[in-house]
Design a protein around this ligand. Structure first.
Ligand SMILES: *[C@@H]1O[C@H](CO)[C@@H](O)[C@H](O)[C@H]1NC(C)=O
Length: 315
């Protein structure tokens, strides 16, 4: 009896990440695809951060939040993709227990911070359009710093909660994760302990982290739309609304993905949906964000152009 107990309790020291495909040819294709997406994301978001920090005209709340979003995007994709690429290249599937938990921690932090940042950015647009006269006095640098700091602290607290709860679990013999990084849900499936509390906390924290910013965004845009409708000239309407364009595009992309992956009925199994969702959130959204801004935003395009001109002339 004692012997069996010990054998069942052999704790797992490493996990195996099965990745997105076990087929070797497909793996090479995925390698090229994900390497490309990784490089595009890094270059795109770094350019945005550079353009915003070097151009003093862009030192306004909206762009400071945007730079933070780019930072979160860079970090988000860097938690999962480099390890996945390395594993394909070395034909290994292993990830140590510590690395796995670290990956889970940071993947939670950056998805949560994306939600908070989108909420904060909606509040910023709401103040700018609905209360333009008090905007400058309300959105002072100190409030911006406070909002950003709160977002970073809260998202770390969410990740810490999940990690501490995960630390209570026992992992027996099963150590194969059918996923391309250590995401929370597949890790919970693996544990041989009772995970009811973990699932419950995942549900409660997950839905509040999505619902609260989404509610904020929703009500901000209702007020924004009503305010814009009251503007009499068509040109004025367009001018007011165009400052929301890039935020609205990212919000649509982000929540469209959530609805598409988790709420629309689909014939695929939920494991596949989980993987598709993870690819979209950790890879595709971070990659798309810079394009949405730089392609649609005159100020950022101008700042980038200045940046490039300056570099060329100084060489
Ligand atoms: C993020 O926001 C903080 C606080 O407003 C700001 O000081 C910082 O420069 C921003 N980060 C980036 C990368 O711009």
């Amino acid at each position: 009896m004692g012997d069996m107990y010990e054998r069942n309790q052999t704790t797992v020291s490493e996990f195996l990440l099965l990745g997105l495909s076990e087929d070797l040819e497909q793996q090479q294709l995925l390698f090229v695809l994900f390497l490309g997406m990784y490089l595009v994301t890094m270059v795109g978001n770094l350019l945005i951060i550079l353009a915003i920090s070097l151009d003093s005209c862009l030192h306004t709340p909206m762009y400071i939040f945007l730079a933070n979003l780019s930072l979160a995007d860079i970090s988000s994709i860097s938690t999962s993709v480099p390890k996945m690429l390395a594993n394909i290249q070395t034909k290994s599937q292993s990830i140590s227990f510590g690395a796995c938990v670290t990956q889970m921690y940071f993947s939670i932090v950056f998805v949560v911070i994306d939600n908070f940042l989108l909420g904060v950015m909606a509040y910023d647009r709401f103040m700018a359009i609905c209360y333009p006269l008090s905007y400058v006095t309300v959105m002072r640098p100190r409030l911006c710093t406070l909002l950003m700091a709160t977002s970073w602290v809260l998202s770390n607290l969410v990740a810490l909660t999940h990690t501490l709860l995960l630390a209570q679990l026992t992992f027996c013999n099963a150590n194969t994760i059918p996923h391309f990084f250590c995401d929370l849900a597949p890790l919970l499936h693996l544990s041989c302990s009772n995970t009811v509390i973990n699932q419950l906390v995942m549900f409660i924290l997950g839905s509040s982290v999505i619902a609260v910013p989404f509610g904020l965004i929703f009500f901000s845009y209702i007020c924004i739309v009503f305010t814009v409708l009251k503007i009499s000239s068509a040109e004025g309407k367009w001018k007011a609304f165009s400052t929301c364009g890039s935020h609205l595009s990212v919000v649509t992309l982000f929540y469209g993905t959530i609805i598409g992956v988790y709420f629309l009925p689909s014939s695929a199994q939920s494991v596949n949906n989980e993987k598709i969702g993870a690819v979209l959130f950790t890879v595709v959204t971070p990659m798309m964000n810079p394009f949405i801004y730089s392609l649609r935003n005159k100020d950022i395009k101008g700042a980038l152009k200045k940046l490039i001109d300056k570099k060329i002339f100084s060489m």
